[in-house]
Design a protein around this ligand. Structure first.
Ligand SMILES: [Zn+2]
Length: 459
């Protein structure tokens, strides 16, 4: 009996174990199926929303009947044709002077103006688009991460929709921005051409570490404490397969109202510039005060970012202005970003100082600081153009700041003008922005290396 009882017990226990194992197996199976489905959904979402580049333009494409802004001067030429072959401009002239090869695709653009693709020289691509004072919420976090891994398809679309076919990133995570640039270069992703500075050179007590709380250890800043460290850090970025296109330094003491910030020591600043120049890599500087601009001019930087009240509201120091004009130093005033944070009458004075700079023969290029709160990607370029016109530039000069002059700062003869041999990065707008800069807002079509990336004409 005892033996029998034991057997029964075993049976009961075994039955329980079997049931438990069966249930466990079912749970594991469901979990497994759920994970597989989730994985498939993520892959489908990732690829479906990647915004991949379209087929390269092949053969001949003739854009006829348009007013074409020709050459680096953007000289308007009515009733004109732009002939494109395999993404490159191979003919520009009056409709009657251009022989259109048989088999070419012809697009009649009578009543429209052809403008070179716009260039924004100052963007931060890693930042989400926010209003002033808005903080990214917990709910927007997953979307931000999803956007980050897909290289921000919405932002790439926003640039192209506004005719911005080239951007320069001035401060983003190094590895991410280099991967991003490669995917655009390889024609995997659709979007604007990308030039990038990678991380920002600053100090532990400087902007953006002390102002925005950027992690000093993050890949988006470099904090050299000595000239030797500076040379090593620059060297890492400019030698090797994926060199940055330029170096950005932040020389910023802060204003008296704000807590003062720690600028880069002059010998460190000079080491950064000298090392970059060894590799033919330009250095541009974020500056704030008059002492900041003096430092970066002594160090020998190649370009200037921002124009702020604390720097010039009282007027330009004569000797600084002379140096800037004499060196043909490009200044990207980023009026968009100051316009959203300072009062309108103060901003008007700031634009008057920009007018002084322009009148003295200073060289102005266009950057917006898009990615900063209140400065949207793409659309900001249109507003910045208007602000430049409000600072005394003619619409033609403002457009040059966003095209041929900007391309010179990027040191490329490939873009920035409608002329033979340049890439067909083009914007078709209603009416003529040379007559009224606001016409630039009315984008009808955008070409990126000859392929249509925006088309409201056949919508
Ligand atoms: Zn910036």
């Amino acid at each position: 009996m005892l033996v029998m009882g034991n057997k029964l017990n075993d049976k009961l226990i075994n039955g329980g174990v079997t049931r438990f194992l069966r249930r466990l197996r079912r749970i594991l199976l469901y979990t497994f199926v759920f994970i597989i489905l989730l994985f498939v959904a993520v892959v489908v979402y990732y690829h479906g929303t990647l915004y991949k580049a379209g087929e390269a333009q092949k053969g001949y494409l003739a854009l006829t009947g348009a007013t074409v802004l020709v050459g680096e001067d953007l000289a308007p030429s009515p009733n004109s044709t732009v002939l494109i072959q395999d993404g490159t401009i191979v003919g520009v002239g009056n409709d009657s002077d251009i022989d259109i090869p048989s088999g070419a695709t012809i697009l009649d653009l009578k009543g429209y103006t052809l403008v070179p693709g716009l260039i924004d020289l100052h963007v931060h691509l890693g930042s989400p688009e926010l209003e002033v004072g808005q903080q990214p919420s917990l709910l927007t976090m997953p979307k931000m991460i999803a956007d980050w891994v897909r290289f921000i398809p919405g932002t790439r679309r926003a640039f192209l929709n506004h005719g911005v076919t080239t951007v320069r990133s001035l401060g983003d995570e190094y590895k991410w921005i280099m991967d991003f640039r490669q995917q655009l270069r390889d024609g995997v992703l659709e979007g604007p051409r990308l030039f990038a500075a990678g991380p920002i050179f600053t100090t532990k007590g400087g902007h953006p570490v002390a102002t925005f709380g950027t992690d000093p250890m993050s890949d988006s800043v470099r904090l050299p404490a000595t000239p030797d460290e500076a040379r090593d850090l620059v060297n890492e970025l400019v030698s090797g397969d994926s060199s940055v296109d330029l170096i950005k330094v932040v020389q910023e003491r802060g204003s008296s109202e704000r807590s003062s910030l720690e600028p880069i020591a002059l010998d460190v600043l000079e080491a950064i510039v000298t090392e970059a120049h060894k590799y033919d890599i330009p250095v541009i500087a974020h500056w704030g005060t008059q002492q900041d601009i003096k430092d970066v001019l002594v160090a020998g930087v190649d370009g200037l970012e921002h124009l702020e009240s604390r720097g010039v509201l009282e007027g330009w120091p004569m000797e600084t202005l002379d140096v800037l004009v004499e060196r043909r130093m490009p200044l990207s005033p980023t009026l968009m970003v100051t316009n959203v944070v300072i009062e309108s009458d103060v901003h008007k004075q700031l634009r008057e100082r920009l007018e002084d700079f322009h009148d003295a023969g200073g060289r102005i290029v266009l950057g917006t600081d898009a990615g900063m709160p209140g400065v949207p990607f793409g659309a900001s370029v249109h507003r910045e153009l208007e602000l430049l016109v409000e600072s005394g530039l003619t619409p033609q000069e403002a457009l040059k700041a966003a095209t041929s002059e900007a391309a010179k700062e990027l040191r490329t003869g490939q873009i920035g003008a409608i002329e033979l041999g340049r890439a067909a990065d083009l914007v078709v707008v209603h009416k003529n922005p040379i007559q009224d800069i606001q016409a630039i807002r009315n984008v009808a079509m955008v070409f990126r290396e000859g392929r249509v990336v925006v088309d409201h004409l056949s919508d």
